[in-house]
Design a protein around this ligand. Structure first.
Ligand code: HDD
Length: 693
């Protein structure tokens, strides 16, 4: 290996670098070795600098161009690599390669995102989360670009720019960032009754996921699966988290945003690092035209779900994220999803929202990544597993072309192969992608189907399916958001729509705002009462999991903490599949009762209890006396209690709990009972700690 000592670092005592096997020689982008990375080229030691300095110019020029336009929506994202494994063959329903054989694996890249905020905004606003999956199948890339909510705000893509303009920071003042609690968003929502179902989800705990690993994902639209004989079956896709569904409490997310703006990105990184790989089951709801026609809504309307109780979700695969990207920009930022990217055996439906998306994503990628050759960026390349899916075609040239195709033939048909030359790729009529030959006819119209006109029945279904604790969160979220709306007629218009969802909900919101209830807004179609769907709940719902697996317990300790008690908590949490974070007033060596010492993972002031799932307090009498006078320690415990977390404590720590206003309940336990108690939140405590609408 090259041994090279840089000696030209100037006279100012700058660093001298050596290069060896671990440090290859620094070069320009064109490979010229660089002798000095500290100074511009000057005339004499005090300048002026010379324009001929290519080493400097290249470096700055590249730096000046380091940013690309951020995504207009979903700008803030975090991603991971992993695999999809087919666990139940769908070969009788679709010819899609990834669903053929039980045990078959397909590589994936998954990007989670918030919608409204910019790339540098926080991870925990009240917002929908994107859940975009790129499957590198052996027959091309399939992008399932979904969200963590199974419906959308609008029915027709024509309204997408309006929705997003209204949701993002207001046009004149440039705020608020990453928040829907403002006039323009609610103005739009109040004037678009079709958004009512999704706004119920948006005001629920679904928009406050604790972690990416604890949220569901949905493909939303109705798609088609097509078998080898060309038979089509409609499908809706669901991702079900193995870690269970878990959300935060509003006050907790607000504080998390300050304590750790990267909370969910860090969580993804750390989970993968610890081997707690985030995992989901892939479920499908399969149905035919007859079923579709029998439902009281249109399956092409993206503001509607098919309740799982009506049409069960069949689990056909699992998704495991086991590798964090090597480079944020190259992968997470440059990954580009397109709902139009399908593979043989999967096709889209006529959902007008989906149809509009088919154009938008390719268009945005060209703008964002700067070239139609964006498919050549490694994270976007069709590669399949086992290196199986290169692309071959006769498209050529363009900005940033990375390939040098051989031969004269860049057109087809050609006969050059007959002369022994490279003829290039040919179409495959048997196995190539074929669109499902749906029969279509009708007049050209700009119109919304009558079957899309019921805007309230499913909003009502959602509300009626919620646990009472969730209903209280929803009502309180409306009150909070509308309290930030300064124009009164907008608040009234929202409440007028809510009366069509549920009178009591509308009344609770009106009371919370101290406003009169307006008249209900007129409806084209009278809402119906559908059978409640318990599957829609998080709290006390089928996916709420009482577990420590993959969860983090914060242990507050200090000088003189009992070594055996501390070890007892750590061991027990580990045994239950959890992870402990030791938190102390100082991070270095903290002396324990037996003369040993241990380093804290985090300092008390920088690691508030909002960042963990459950809390243990292990303190000596002396440390407790000190910490009862320490605001951060009192707040740590107060928040743990207020956020309905389990608190395990030793006897000596009790005065700190008293100071924090902790009242006895089944979630406040001694250390022996802690691990069992730490597996859940205590929803019944909530009415004692805050007023909800
Ligand atoms: Fe979209 C990005 C999800 C409707 C136009 N969308 C984007 C991302 C997700 C979704 C997860 C981020 C992908 C990533 O991580 O890179 N979008 C949805 C869902 C929708 C939806 C679930 C409705 C069911 N979107 C939608 C419509 C349009 C767009 C109707 C336009 C007609 N979406 C875009 C976009 C984005 C995008 C502007 C911005 C960045 C990108 O595409 O790659 O083209």
């Amino acid at each position: 290996m090259t041994k090279n000592v840089s000696t030209n670092a100037g006279d100012g005592g700058e660093t001298h670098q050596t290069t060896d096997a671990d440090h290859p020689v620094l070069t320009t982008n064109h490979g010229t070795p660089i002798s000095d990375n500290q100074n511009q080229l000057k005339v004499g030691p005090r300048g002026p600098v010379l324009l001929e300095d290519e080493v400097y110019r290249e470096k700055i020029n590249h730096f000046d161009h380091e940013r690309i336009p951020e995504r207009i929506v979903h700008a803030r994202g975090s991603a991971a690599h992993g695999y999809f494994e087919c666990t139940d063959s769908l070969a009788d329903i679709t010819r899609a390669d990834l669903f053929q054989k039980k045990g078959q694996r397909t590589d994936v890249f998954v990007r989670f995102s918030t919608v409204a905020g910019g790339a540098g905004s926080v991870d925990t606003p009240r917002d929908v989360r994107g859940f975009a999956v790129k499957f590198y199948t052996r027959e091309g890339n399939w992008d399932l670009v979904g969200n963590n909510i199974p419906v959308f705000f609008i029915q027709d893509a024509m309204k997408f720019p309006d929705l997003i303009h209204a949701a993002k920071m207001e046009a004149d003042r440039g705020y608020p960032q990453a928040a829907t609690a403002h006039d323009t968003f609610w103005d739009f929502i109040s004037l678009m009754p079709e958004s009512t179902h999704m706004i119920m989800w948006a005001m629920s705990d679904r928009t406050l996921p604790k972690s990416f690993a604890t949220m569901e994902g949905f493909g939303i639209h109705t798609f088609r699966l097509v078998d080898r004989d060309g038979k089509s079956t409609f499908v809706k896709f669901h991702w079900k988290p193995k870690a269970g569904l878990a959300s935060s409490i509003w006050d907790e997310t607000v504080k998390t945003a300050g304590a750790d703006p990267d909370y969910q990105r860090r969580d993804l990184f750390e989970r993968i690092g610890r081997g707690d790989y985030p995992e989901w089951d892939l479920g499908v709801q399969l149905f035919d035209e007859e079923f579709a026609n029998s439902q009281p809504y249109d399956v092409l309307d993206a503001t509607k779900i098919i309740p799982e109780e009506v049409l069960p979700v069949r689990i056909v695969g699992k998704l495991v994220l086991d590798r964090y990207p090597d480079n944020f920009f190259a992968e997470t930022e440059q990954v580009a999803f397109c709902p139009s990217h399908l593979v043989p055996g999967i096709d889209h439906s006529n959902d007008p929202l989906l149809q509009g998306r088919l154009f938008s994503y390719q268009d945005t990628q060209i703008k964002r990544l700067g070239s139609t050759n964006w498919h050549q960026i490694p994270v976007n390349q069709a590669k399949g597993r086992e290196g199986g899916c290169p692309f071959h075609n006769l498209q050529r040239d363009g900005h940033m072309q990375m390939q040098a195709p051989k031969g004269r033939a860049n057109y087809e048909p050609n006969s050059l192969h007959l002369a022994g030359e490279i003829g290039g790729p040919r179409e495959d009529p048997d196995n190539g992608f074929k669109s499902y030959p749906a029969e279509e006819q009708g007049q050209k119209l700009r119109i919304r189907a009558e079957s899309f006109a019921d805007h309230y029945s499913q909003a009502r279904l959602f509300w009626r399916s919620m646990d009472p604790a969730e209903q209280a969160h929803i009502a309180s979220a409306f009150v909070f958001e509308l309290s930030k709306v300064s124009i009164e007629h907008i608040r009234r218009a929202v409440m007028a729509n809510l009366r069509n969802v549920d009178e009591k909900l509308a009344r609770r919101v009106a009371d919370g705002l101290a406003m009169e209830l307006p008249k209900a807004s007129p409806t084209k179609v009278a809402p119906i009462d559908m059978e409640p769907s318990p599957a829609l709940r998080i709290i006390r719902g089928p996916l709420e999991k009482h577990t420590l697996e993959g969860r983090t317990v914060g242990v507050l300790f200090a000088d003189g903490s009992d070594a055996a008690e501390l070890k007892g908590v750590r061991d027990a949490v580990k045994k239950a599949g959890g992870h402990t974070l030791l938190i102390a007033p100082k991070v270095g060596a903290v002396p324990l009762s037996d003369g040993s010492s241990v380093s804290a993972d985090a300092q008390l002031f920088g690691q508030p209890s909002v960042t963990v799932d459950a809390c243990a307090v292990v303190l000596s009498k002396e440390a407790t006396a000190r910490l009862t006078k320490e605001g951060a320690a009192v707040q740590w415990v107060m928040d743990a209690f207020g956020h309905l977390k389990a608190i395990g404590h030793n006897a000596a720590a009790k005065p700190l709990l008293d100071k924090a206003g902790v009242e006895p309940d089944e979630g406040v336990v001694d250390l022996d009972g802690f691990v069992e108690a730490a597996k859940k939140r205590y929803w019944d405590r909530e009415p004692n700690v805050r007023t909800l609408a």
